[in-house]
Design a protein around this ligand. Structure first.
Ligand code: ZN
Ligand code: FE
Length: 241
């Protein structure tokens, strides 16, 4: 069993420490800053072996330099090498990364950024989605088309129900409010909005989520066509939660 630890960084980012107790290996996904990530690892007696970067945005890579200086290998999308100067090892679609004896398949999931990747531990049913799939939402299209991001949504939707989804931000409350407007007759969305409101009122995290929960309550994952997806994305861009 892999151990995943949430490390809140910056305003609303999550970095994720992933530890394999059997081998002692530890990686961190998207350290937006190094300090809190190092502290969280040290508190558990873990040594960070590698950074796995989903995309070049600085709220996901801001800690790379300090960690690299401490001897940590930086794994990042090769397609974004020019924008990630700390990169040691480039990866893309279909590459396999190991954490101890556990394999993670790299998925290229463009749209938010052109070279964006996700890390999928297929056997463990864990996926790190960065800024593509969020709890009840999806990332903005800064460098890609609605068709590209919609294709990503279909890939996520095809994963097993129990798959744990670890995304890059705590955006769920805003996403849930939008979802309730986008699908006013969806009872599962209504119920989850109430849960998320209660969690956020107590400053509780709402991530990870599951593919089953997203299939029931994420309008972007539920969109019936690229056109429907594109309309949702445009509406969300200007939605005031
Ligand atoms: Zn981003
Ligand atoms: Fe981000």
């Amino acid at each position: 069993m892999l151990e995943v630890v949430r490390v809140p960084v910056l305003a609303d980012n999550y970095a994720w420490l992933v530890h394999d107790p059997e081998s002692g290996a530890t990686i961190v996904v998207d350290p937006g800053e190094a300090g809190p990530v190092k502290a969280a690892a040290a508190a558990r007696g873990w040594r960070i072996d590698a950074v796995w970067t989903t995309h070049w945005h600085t709220d996901h890579t801001g800690g790379n330099e300090a960690l690299k200086a401490a001897g940590v290998e930086i794994v990042a999308p090769s397609a974004e090498a020019a924008r990630i100067p700390t990169l040691d090892r480039g990866v893309g679609e279909g590459d396999v990364l190991m954490l101890g004896r556990h394999a993670a398949t790299v998925m290229t999931v463009p749209g938010h950024t052109q070279g964006h990747v996700a890390f999928h531990f297929v056997e463990q049913q864990i996926v790190f989605t960065g800024d593509t799939l969020f709890a009840m939402g999806c990332g903005r299209l800064f460098e890609g088309t609605p068709a590209a991001m919609f294709a990503n949504m279909l890939r996520y939707a095809a994963m097993p129900d129990a798959t744990q989804v670890y995304c890059g931000h705590e955006y769920t409350l805003s996403n849930a409010r939008f979802a309730a407007v986008a699908e006013p007759d969806n009872a599962a969305i209504k119920q989850r909005l109430a849960e998320v409101e209660a969690q956020r009122a107590e400053s509780q995290p709402t991530v990870p989520t599951t593919i089953a929960a997203e299939r029931a309550t994420n309008p972007f994952l539920r969109a019936a066509s690229v056109e429907a997806f594109a309309a949702l994305r445009t509406a969300k861009d200007t939605f005031k939660a």
